[in-house]
Design a protein around this ligand. Structure first.
Ligand code: PLP
Length: 410
């Protein structure tokens, strides 16, 4: 009989010489995060709602993580509601506020045109179902939202305004404090939510500092695990639970807690905040260098987003004549993991609503996003610039394939 073949474990992308430049889609687990989680995937277990010692240990782990997330998010521990990630946090903010405050304050929502789908699609679905009226505020060519335009969209029946802190596709950072102040000046009862999923570990957070009432976070954008996040809701805001059952999370989000994930999120959040300033400085410099190299060497390439208010480490472009799906396929062949804009669940190329809102038209189909991270070095930047140049050349040489024949040969 043939001896059983045991395949070697796949090498990590770094070991294989692959440049992972998609940290805006997800980040690898920090070893300290992994260690914190492993305890809860091994000898430790227990339902945090159980009264016995196993339960009490699990509860203590969740409480410790809540304190850590609160410290990183600039809020009180009781204001943290753990969720299954950023998408659920955004849904809880919009749906929960509408349900809780809509009957009393009105059912009008204001969101920006550059929101993540978790906000934009949710708001549109609520409007289509007749549960809310919706105003979508446009952005400028850099993806900036004018605080005055947001305030002007607020009506007496506006219950919630949602504008993200940092955009996941083009990295534009909004002036959320100015925006929240303008909204509250016009209508003190209107609540303000910001999706800060991309900002954890990159930008200072804080309900007070930002002037917001609700803020969404996700662990896996900051070296924590996928499938866990939080909605921070200022004390007294009480969004209605969208997941009902056993009354966990003080009735705000039922379901037995993901203890391993939450413990990992706690450590990731603490690390993210501790490293924030140094990481942000280093990543901004590297992304600037990459942007300069690419604009000098790749024909026609245009940086996107706001050059003066950018998410550290996110470099985004349009490459005229290079369809995103083709460019990404060639880049993958050349050992560069990049993306077009947002991570797309279907893998199918879809035009970016963000670039469309920014007025890029057809060019929106030629987006390239390079998300740098803690492991990215200066040598990686040089190598990435060279490979992006090669990939763009190959796509240009191949010309645009006929529709329906989209699979590249390289
Ligand atoms: N909001 C923003 C700005 C994001 O970038 C993402 C993830 O891509 C999400 C929300 C959704 O977060 P999650 O993947 O944890 O559901």
């Amino acid at each position: 009989m043939e001896p059983m073949r045991v395949d070697r474990a796949p090498r990590s992308p770094e070991q294989a010489g692959v440049l992972y430049l998609d940290h805006a889609a997800t980040t690898p687990l920090d070893p300290a995060v992994r260690a914190a989680m492993l305890a809860w995937l091994g000898e430790r277990f227990g339902n945090p709602s159980s009264v016995h010692r196993y339960g009490r240990l699990a509860r203590a782990a969740v409480d410790a993580a809540r304190d850590r997330v609160a410290a990183a998010a600039g809020c009180a521990s009781r204001e943290v509601i753990f969720t299954s990630g950023g998408t659920e946090a955004d849904n809880l903010a919009l749906r929960g506020v509408l349900e809780r405050w809509g009957p009393e304050r009105g059912r009008h929502l204001v969101v920006s045109a550059v929101e993540h789908e978790a906000v934009l699609t949710t708001a549109r679905e609520l409007a289509e179902a007749g549960a809310a009226a919706l105003t979508v505020v446009d952005c400028d060519r850099c993806g900036r939202i004018d605080p005055a335009a947001v305030a002007a969209a607020v009506r007496p029946d506006t219950v919630l305004v949602s504008v993200m802190l940092a955009n996941n596709e083009v990295g534009t950072v909004q002036d959320v404090p100015a925006l929240a102040a303008a909204v509250h000046a016009r209508s003190p009862r209107t609540l303000v939510h910001t999706d800060a999923v991309q900002a954890l570990g990159k930008l200072p957070l804080g309900l007070e500092a930002l002037g917001v009432d609700l803020l969404s976070l996700s662990a896996h954008k900051a070296y924590g695990p996928q499938g866990v996040g939080a909605l921070v809701a200022r004390h007294g805001v009480f969004p209605s639970a969208q997941m009902t059952g056993g009354g966990q999370e003080r009735g705000r989000r039922s379901g037995t807690e993901n203890v391993a994930g939450i413990a990992g999120f706690g450590v990731a959040a603490e690390l993210a905040e501790r490293r924030r300033e140094a990481d942000a400085r280093r990543l901004s410099a590297l992304a600037g260098r990459l942007t300069n190299l690419l604009t000098e060497t790749v024909t026609g390439i245009q940086p996107t987003g706001d050059p003066s208010a950018r998410l550290p480490g996110l470099a985004s472009f349009v490459v005229p004549g290079c369809r995103s799906d083709l460019l990404l396929a060639v880049l993958d062949e050349l050992g560069v993991c990049a993306s077009a804009g947002s991570a797309c669940s279907s893998g199918a190329p879809t035009p970016s609503h963000v670039l469309e809102a920014m007025g890029f038209g057809e060019l929106g189909g030629c987006a390239l996003r390079l998300g740098l991270g803690r492991s990215t070095t200066e040598a990686d930047i040089e190598a990435a610039a060279e490979r992006v140049g090669q990939a763009a050349e190959r796509v240009h040489e191949a010309g645009a394939p006929a529709a329906g024949r989209l699979r590249p040969r390289w």
